[in-house]
Design a protein around this ligand. Structure first.
Ligand SMILES: [Zn+2]
Length: 246
């Protein structure tokens, strides 16, 4: 399958040594939900093996920070919805179906992050929290930080109810900008726009934020979707890695 994975031009692979992708249902990389482990993946063109790390996700806002080398087969006890690393050769991944996968990269400090942002994680501030962590712990600066927002449930399909809207209203004063009301109690939520707005509020530059405008619910040919399928069939894997220096 030619287009099994989606990439964004601003994260183009080689110049500063990163590899990234947003998975589709046709991606070859699959990870077992609920398990935390590292496996290896070989880069065709570079010939370098990357350790791919996937962890249990809990719809929270905690980040697992990997600032030491990770070995294949290593396991991690716990649950995290953000993974951060400054280790070349370690690919941090998240699994999503309708939630938003977010990738972050500071090209100067050489640090990357993968974030799983569903509505719960997003309203709880997982994206601002992860950006703050990159700044505080790795010396990243927000005005050169790059963010890529991947395929997720789109505003065309993602209907949410009053309890979700209440949480959104509490978390985000401009919440009306990212919803389209459906009657009085429900609305279509643009989760990707919400995440983008959170990035801008943290000080990221608009031209350094890329969004893949593809909806997981209305593209069964490309994506898995909990909403559409009603069950947890499978998830897409998205990831980012700093490549080892050639
Ligand atoms: Zn849609």
């Amino acid at each position: 399958m030619a287009s099994a994975e989606i990439t964004v031009p601003s994260f183009a692979p080689s110049p500063d040594g990163i590899d990234h992708f947003f998975g589709t249902r046709w991606s070859s990389l699959s990870m077992t939900p609920g398990r935390s482990f590292a496996a290896s993946r070989r880069h065709g063109d570079r010939g370098a093996a990357t350790v791919v790390l996937s962890v249990r996700q809990v719809h929270g806002t905690d980040a697992l920070v990997l600032d030491q080398p990770v070995r294949e087969g290593e396991s991690f006890e716990g649950g995290w919805d953000a993974l951060v690393t400054n280790q070349p050769g370690v690919m941090v991944t998240v699994r999503t179906a309708d939630c938003v996968p977010v990738l972050l990269h500071d090209p100067v400090q050489r640090v990357v992050a993968a974030v799983h942002a569903g509505w719960r994680g997003a309203v709880s501030g997982i994206v601002p929290k992860t950006v703050a962590l990159l700044v505080a712990r790795f010396g990243a600066t927000v005005d050169r930080l790059r963010m890529a927002i991947g395929p997720s449930a789109g505003p065309c399909c993602y209907e949410v109810d009053a309890p979700v809207l209440m949480r959104l209203r509490e978390a985000f004063p401009d919440w009306r900008d990212v919803v389209e009301p459906v009657g009085t109690e429900r609305a279509h939520l643009d989760l990707r726009a919400f995440v983008r707005r959170q990035g801008l509020a943290e000080g990221l530059q608009a031209d350094r934020i890329s969004t893949v405008n593809a909806c997981t619910i209305c593209h069964p040919d490309l994506f898995f979707s909990y909403r559409r399928e009603g069950v947890v069939k499978a998830t897409m894997v998205s990831g980012i890695a700093l490549l080892p220096k050639p």
